[in-house]
Every structure is written in C-alpha cells, then in structure tokens.
Ligand binder design. Structure first.
Ligand code: 13P
Length: 250
C-alpha cells in the first residue's frame, strides 16, 4: 500500500511573507488525512513555512542541497543544515537543476546518498526531453537516470526514496502527459528498480508524476495505479488550486 504524496514545488517564487500567507490559507480547509502533503519552498522561505506549518500535517522540504555536510562551498546548503532547520524532504536532480545548473547523474547519486545518510525523504526527479521522446529514447533515458541515481544503494536503504517522473516537455508547458503515457513511463521506472533492488523494493516505491498537473487533470492522472501522487509546479503556487489537486488525488 503506497500512500499518495502530493508535493508542491514552488521553484523560485514567493517571499517569506507570501510563503507564510500561502500556508495559513491552505490550512484553513483541513487537508485529508490519508495523503502525504509536502511543500518545497525556496530555501530562504523554509523557516517561514516551517513555522506556519507547525502542528499541521504538512511536510516541508528543500528544492536542492549539496552532498557535503559542511565546507567552503559558497551558496550551497547541506543535508544536516536542512534537518536542523526542520525540513524532512528534499528534491534531487530536478530537470531544471540538470538543465540550467549542470547537474549530472553522478551528482544526483551523491546527493541521494547524502539525503539517505541524514534521514531526509528524497524525491529524485527523472524525465526525458522532447527530442529524446521523438527519437524513441524515452525508456533508455529513464532506465539510465534511475539506475545511475540508485548506484551504491541497497534494498535495505531504499524505503524512503520517492521517484518523480517529470517529462521535460510537459514542465511549465501546459502539455500534460496523458495518463497512459505517464503510466507507461512509471512502469519502465518501476521495472528498472525491480531489476536493481528486487520486486518488494520496487512495489513499495512511490513514483510521482510531474508536468503541468492542474486541478482538472490531477484526478485522471492519479487514478492510474502506477501513479502514486504528483509533483506540482505552477498550479501549486495558489493555495486553492493546490488544495483542489490534493483533494482530487484518490
Ligand atoms: P509545472 O507543474 O509548472 O509544469 O512544473 C512541474 C515541475 O517541474 C514540478 O517539479
């Protein structure tokens, strides 16, 4: 039984005051108890969001972190710092990190190992570009990103890991993958996890879909047995719209 996870990736939006105001509005209608809900604000908003979410069911995570615990790495934030601040989750290898900040599969793996070491729930993002899909490379890309991310991790450690399938062509474009396309990709990822870590680990792993998830398509996507929740960008910036997505997921 995989508990659905609905995650809000705010990307580089919202000041601390705006972040706080989102949380108080969102919590005005009590979220359903049978789903995990996590907010990923910009790092500078973490204290405001954690404070506003205190005592509620909301989980709070970071959009990125570095894999070293401390050191001369200007501009970076480490896993122990996130834990000390109160964060419980972290996004790793989002396609925007890969595309604009040069993150490689190797770096994603190092960050994943660091997240596990510090007991953060990691959401590892994978997904193909449009030209890769057009060239019939989708399965190979997903298998490569998944296996490289999971290098040096064994079945005993894998439980907290969540994977998010985010086809790059669907992010911020309004072009959502159909539930069938998404479910097919999820099956490829789950099969790869089974090959690497065995069936029990793969059956227990949550795989989220991300890419233009909106209140009007969330129910259909999340109804697919392969889809265990959503990683939402644009539509998570408004508390009412994110609330509708949370409510729509079965
Ligand atoms: P959009 O929902 O804005 O397409 O963004 C998806 C995403 O990248 C979430 O991480």
């Amino acid at each position: 039984m995989r508990i659905p996870l609905l995650a809000a990736n705010w990307k580089m939006y919202k000041t601390p005051a705006e972040a706080r105001s989102f949380v108080s509005t969102f919590l005005q209608s009590p979220p359903p108890p049978n789903k995990e809900i996590a907010i990923f604000p910009p790092a500078i908003d973490l204290p405001a969001v954690l404070d506003a979410a205190k005592g509620s069911v909301l989980h709070v995570g970071a959009q990125n972190m570095y894999f070293v615990d401390e050191g001369a790495f200007t501009g970076e934030i480490s896993a122990p710092m996130l834990v000390a601040a109160g964060a419980t989750h972290v996004l790793i290898g989002h396609s925007e990190r890969r595309q604009y900040f040069g993150e490689t599969d190797e770096l994603v793996n190092k960050k994943l190992l660091a997240a596990l070491r510090h007991k953060l729930v990691p959401i590892v993002c994978v997904g193909e570009h449009l030209d890769q899909r057009d060239n019939g490379e989708t399965d190979a890309v997903l298998r490569r990103q998944t296996s490289r991310a999971l290098e040096n991790i064994d079945a005993a450690e894998v439980a907290p890991i969540v994977i998010a399938y985010e086809p790059v062509w669907a992010i911020g474009t309004g072009k959502t993958a159909t539930p069938e396309i998404a479910a097919e990709a999820h099956a490829v990822i789950r099969h790869e996890v089974a090959q690497l870590l065995g069936r029990p680990a793969s059956e227990a792993m949550r795989i989220l879909y991300g890419g233009s998830v909106k209140p009007d398509n969330a129910a259909q996507l999340c109804a697919q047995p392969e889809i265990d929740g959503a990683l939402v960008g644009g539509a998570s910036l408004d508390p009412v719209s994110f609330g509708k997505i949370v409510a729509a997921a079965p």
